[in-house]
Each structure stands twice: as structure tokens, then as C-alpha cells.
Design a protein around this ligand. Structure first.
Ligand SMILES: [Zn+2]
Length: 343
């Protein structure tokens, strides 16, 4: 009797060791994609080129991880995907709702919930931090060092707000101008059609990361007639159509961002986007205004035209040309949309 007990105990132990060894190796090598159309990128950054997309359930080989990004085998090459969309070894990924992801390079992580609190450290794009509390519009997070910090809720991707509100929404982005139609241009040579396209690409990534289905009216430097743009919104049954522009004026002093609507029913959408932008953009807020633009007037779907800053103002032109400014605009629009759909 005694002998049998010892024998069973030994078999049990051996089994445990084998199971532990097996799960440890599986955990370090494969992962399962948990998001739909997750972007696969050249390097661990939201601004890196997109090589392709992977969808829910796809198995990937994990090579390494860094700042919330996971390096995977992709065809014969290696590539990166956001770690929040990869589950490993049967373990849930760190629940998205308990993390915030840094969207803007150099985001201030502060000692208190106010822009006057001291900056402890600056966050980099793609980094994720556990959420441990909230204070007004501020999110309390834990740093890798173990200490606590605050980050402004409007500059991070908070899955609690953006993802739940934007999940499944169809957003049509319309980068203004293109091809022979350059739009306005700045003293330093920035052309509107180029910066609207760059901004749309950043916004598309931010929205897709929050679960929205994003359609763009143009992907390159081509001329797209206005009726084709509004048709795209109709064909896809857009929940929102957002035309992106940068402004021009005779006076170099003119500055700021404006949200335009045509139909009164769309004023609330314009107001939400303007509120979002007002929190992220550094320039003046010219508010929400009525505007008789074709893409608004002839649109059957909720439509807004955003003028995100003045290219004819040299100081604004320099900002506008930067990836940081465009990323801030993208974050503001995403948050504005999330807040609009949360109502
Ligand atoms: Zn324009």
C-alpha cells in the first residue's frame, strides 16, 4: 500500500514537470492574433510602414518583444505587431481595458493630474502602461520602475473609451485634394494634398487600432472628383465621413483649426471632433462652423470637414509638416469620434 502511494506520487510529479516544461516552451514561441485586420509593420512603431494585416485566430511565431510590440515571423521576413492583439500560450493578453497605450512620441508622464505637475519621464509611441486609477480626464498609471504617474487621457489610446465606442463603426476618411489639385501651400513649400494624406494615414491607423472599419477616398497622390468622395461614404454606409484639410488665407496671421458641418443633423459630430482636436492640438480653436462645401452638402452620411491649421501661417506650417502634429490631430479626431459614438 505504502509503495503504491509513493509510486503514484512520483508519476504525478513527473507529469507536472513535463506539463510545465511543455507550456513554457509553447508560451515563448507562438501566439494567436486576437484582433481583426491587425496591421503588420516593418518596425515597432505606429509610423512604420505597413507590410500587411493578420486576422483573428492566426497563429504567429514570436521572436521577441519591445515596448508593447511583438516581433513575429512574417513570410520569409520578420515584422512587428502591437502586443495587445497577440495572445500567448493560452494566457489572455494583459487585458486591454487595464492598459493605456502611448500614441504620441514624447508624451509627458507627470507626477500629478495636471499640466502644471512635473514631468517624471516621457513616453514613447507604442508603450503600454497598466492603469491603476483615474482623476478627472487624467489616467493614473504604473511605470516600469514601480512608481506612479499620470498621463492626460486625451493623448493616450484608452481602450476603455475609444475601443468600445468605435468597435465596428465605419469611418470614411477623405484626404483633401490630390493629383493636379494640390490645395493650398505654405511659404516653406508644404502642399496641402500631401499633408492631408499623411494625416489620414495616421488617423486610419489610430481608428483601426480602436476597432473601427476605415475606408479612405484616396490612398495616393491621385485626383478624386468630389462626387466620387461622397459616393464612397454612401456605398460603405459610413457612420462618419471626415474630410481632412489644411487652411489658407491672405493674411499670414490667420491661425487655428475649424470643424465645418452643412446639415444641422451633423453639427453634433462636428462639435465632438472640434472638442477632441481642441484637447490635442496646440493652435487656436476657431470652433464649429457652418460651411457650404460639396462633400458636406451632397453627403447622405454624417459628414464633417476639418481644417486642421493654416499652411499660410509660417509657424503653423512648420508644425503641420511634423509627424507629431499630425499624430496629435489624429488622436484628437479619434477621441472626438469615440465621444460622439458614446452618447
Ligand atoms: Zn483643402
Amino acid at each position: 500500500m505504502e509503495r503504491i502511494k509513493v509510486f503514484i506520487f512520483c508519476v504525478f510529479l513527473l507529469g507536472s514537470v513535463l506539463a510545465a516544461g511543455h507550456s513554457a516552451s509553447a508560451h515563448s514561441q507562438t501566439g494567436t492574433v486576437t484582433g481583426d485586420r491587425v496591421n503588420v509593420r516593418e518596425s515597432p512603431s505606429l509610423s512604420a510602414s505597413i507590410l500587411g494585416q493578420v486576422s483573428t485566430g492566426k497563429q504567429v511565431s514570436i521572436l521577441s518583444s519591445q515596448n508593447g510590440w511583438v516581433q513575429i515571423s512574417y513570410g520569409s521576413e520578420t515584422a512587428w505587431v502591437s502586443g495587445q492583439f497577440i495572445r500567448t500560450g493560452g494566457k489572455q493578453p494583459a487585458s486591454a481595458s487595464q492598459f493605456v497605450r502611448i500614441q504620441t512620441e514624447g508624451t509627458n508622464l507627470r507626477s500629478g493630474p495636471s499640466t502644471s505637475s512635473s514631468v517624471i519621464v516621457k513616453g514613447s509611441v507604442g508603450e503600454r502602461y497598466p492603469v491603476i486609477g483615474r482623476s478627472g480626464d487624467w489616467i493614473k498609471i504604473r511605470l516600469a520602475s514601480g512608481s506612479e504617474a499620470y498621463v492626460a487621457g486625451w493623448v493616450v489610446s484608452s481602450k476603455e473609451t475609444a475601443a468600445s465606442a468605435l468597435q465596428g463603426k465605419v469611418i470614411v476618411l477623405d484626404p483633401g485634394h490630390g493629383g493636379v489639385d494640390g490645395g493650398t501651400s505654405g511659404l516653406y513649400g508644404t502642399i496641402e494634398k500631401g499633408v492631408t494624406l499623411q494625416t489620414a494615414q495616421k488617423l486610419r491607423d489610430a481608428l483601426a487600432a480602436s476597432g473601427a472599419t476605415v475606408v479612405v477616398t484616396r490612398t495616393g497622390d491621385q485626383y478624386v472628383p468630389l462626387p466620387a468622395r461622397t459616393d464612397t461614404a454612401r456605398q460603405h454606409g459610413a457612420d462618419a465621413f471626415i474630410s481632412l484639410h489644411y487652411d489658407g488665407a491672405q493674411s499670414r496671421q490667420a491661425a487655428g483649426h475649424t470643424a465645418y458641418y452643412y446639415h444641422t443633423a451633423h453639427k453634433e459630430l462636428a462639435r465632438s471632433l472640434n472638442e477632441g482636436l481642441n484637447k490635442t492640438l496646440p493652435n487656436a480653436n476657431r470652433g464649429t462652423q457652418y460651411g457650404d462645401y460639396y462633400v458636406l452638402r451632397e453627403n447622405q452620411r454624417p459628414a464633417v470637414l476639418l481644417e486642421l491649421g493654416y499652411l499660410t501661417n509660417p509657424a503653423e506650417e512648420s508644425s503641420i509638416a511634423s509627424a507629431a502634429y499630425q499624430q496629435q490631430a489624429a488622436a484628437g479626431i479619434r477621441d472626438g469620434l469615440a465621444s460622439y459614438f458614446s452618447r
